[in-house]
Design a protein around this ligand. Structure first.
Ligand code: UDP
Length: 463
């Protein structure tokens, strides 16, 4: 059996470990290619003058899964970093900034309510009552049983004051849409506590690899040769290193809609049907981020690793001061800060957040992929996963195949551009429904490919 890992991020690193140590695969039977010039996917960190910079946003490892924690620690030791972000809200009415602790806990509530409540001591019960009053008042004007959108979900959890100052604008910046149009599930990630505890995560274990995530993931690949700057999709059928025909299984950690496009050369085959009418039924949408990294000639720029900006007056949602993650160069008169801007995704941008509304499309896409492809990672699985979720999912992934399955590893060993313009035109003309077009396309190819490349090339393999 020969395996191809497309992408050298965390998920595929765990798969690599399992192939070699659990399934006793000879490392030379595993080929690894990576689009970027480094391992680690979006966990990638880079040493900039002694400071470990999280190039694709803050990554803080946290888990309550003992197996995952044990696995993580085999590849490097973790420091005892605890994430306690700060929220800065610019109050337009007063013209001043207000600073709060996150996650929402007694430190946050006392700040938010102490003036209004005018009691001697703001206790957890008083806060709960204040929140319940706000929820009841809101529900009087907006009656609902089950929250239908993020605004209703958030307000039914935290009331209106906190929602307005710490959730609404941050979330709208992050997702680029009003909270009333967002899925309620997004907000379930926010812990709410009635204790004075600024630890953002509830997990038993938390920390950051002492030597950075890049080294940590490199260690998982155990020095295996990785082909960097290699684009799988550019010539995936005949390429001498990563040609699909050379492998029995392909662990693909990229965007499956890009893969489907490449498999079917979709643009050309159904030109006009996809782009002209704007119905991009087979392209997945994402939320993307842009990072602006700045260096400041000061020892300490913001006093904390992570600061969230919860009002609309600045376009960024977060700034991270990297030296605080690993306590590096603390006395140095220089620091590196990255500002995170959520942006609309355009083809070619980095993909960060999958969108709940796209999940059905995702499943549809999977149905059309060659069977030897195993989608992996946050991109391939189109799942919002933290790093511990990624490890847990990869450790329990049952799709690893160890024996040759005669027809199960089906693969379209043809290049679709080989077809004549006539063939393409016939598909476009004959089928009006786009989904049916794809189904029909597959059927037709099964039939016609025999005439074009010969029966032996597709044989039982076409699935
Ligand atoms: N959130 C918020 N205010 C904050 C931080 C988070 O309203 O100050 C909400 C927001 O809806 C966001 C969700 O919580 O989409 C998840 O935020 P988190 O920071 O956990 O997301 P990640 O770090 O994964 O981007």
């Amino acid at each position: 059996m020969k395996y191809l890992l497309v992408g050298a991020g965390l998920y595929n690193a765990v798969i690599y470990q399992r192939l070699v140590h659990e399934f006793n695969v000879y490392p030379l039977d595993i080929t690894i290619i990576e689009n970027r010039s480094h391992v680690g996917g979006n966990c990638y960190t880079e040493n900039v003058d002694g400071i470990t910079v999280h190039k694709y946003g803050a990554h803080i490892f946290h888990t309550s899964d003992e197996e995952v924690w044990k696995f993580a620690n085999r590849f490097g030791s973790f420091n005892n970093f605890v994430n306690s972000p700060i929220a800065v809200y610019f109050n337009e009415k007063t013209g001043q900034s207000e600073t709060y602790n996150l996650p929402f806990n007694m430190n946050t509530f006392v700040r938010l309510f102490e003036r209004e409540l005018a009691v001697k001591r703001v206790t957890p019960n008083i806060v709960k009552e204040a929140i319940q009053c706000e929820i009841a008042a809101y529900k009087l004007s907006h009656p609902f049983d089950t929250p239908r959108n993020l605004e209703e979900q958030a307000i039914s959890l935290v009331g209106t004051t906190l929602y307005e100052k710490l959730i609404k604008h941050y979330t709208e910046k992050q997702w680029g849409r009003p909270c009333t149009e967002l899925d309620p599930s997004i907000i379930k990630r926010l812990p709410l506590r009635f204790t004075y505890d600024n630890n953002y995560f509830n997990d038993v274990h938390q920390g950051i690899p002492e030597e950075g995530y890049t080294k940590w993931i490199e260690n998982m690949f155990e020095g295996h040769d990785i082909h960097f700057d290699e684009n799988f999709l550019s010539d995936m059928y005949r390429h001498e290193v990563h040609g699909m025909d050379k492998f029995d299984q392909v662990f693909y950690s990229g965007d499956v809609s890009k893969l489907l496009n490449a498999v079917m050369n979709y643009d050309k085959l159904v030109a006009g049907m996809v782009h002209e009418d704007g119905l991009d039924d087979f392209w997945l949408d994402w939320r993307s981020l842009q990072f602006v990294e700045k260096e400041y000639p000061t020892e300490n720029w913001q006093g904390n690793a992570v600061v969230n900006y919860t009002s609309g007056e600045v376009g960024y949602t977060r700034s991270i001061e990297h030296k605080f993650f690993n306590r590096e160069k603390m006395d140095d008169g220089k620091t590196i800060v990255t500002f995170e801007y959520p942006v609309k995704y355009r083809l070619g941008d980095e993909q960060y957040y999958p969108l709940a509304s796209e999940k059905e499309k995702y499943w549809k896409i999977l149905g059309y992929l060659p069977k030897k492809i195993v989608p992996t990672g946050r991109l391939g699985l189109y799942e919002y996963m933290d790093m511990d979720d990624v490890i847990a999912a990869a450790l329990s992934d049952t799709r690893i195949q160890v024996e040759q399955v005669e027809s199960g590893s089906g693969n379209f060993c043809v290049k679709f551009t080989d077809y004549s313009d006539n063939f393409q035109q016939r598909i476009i003309n004959n089928v009006t429904d786009k989904n049916a077009a794809v189904m029909k396309l597959l059927e037709d190819i099964r039939g016609q490919v025999k005439d074009i490349v010969g029966v032996d090339k597709i044989d039982k393999k076409v699935d």
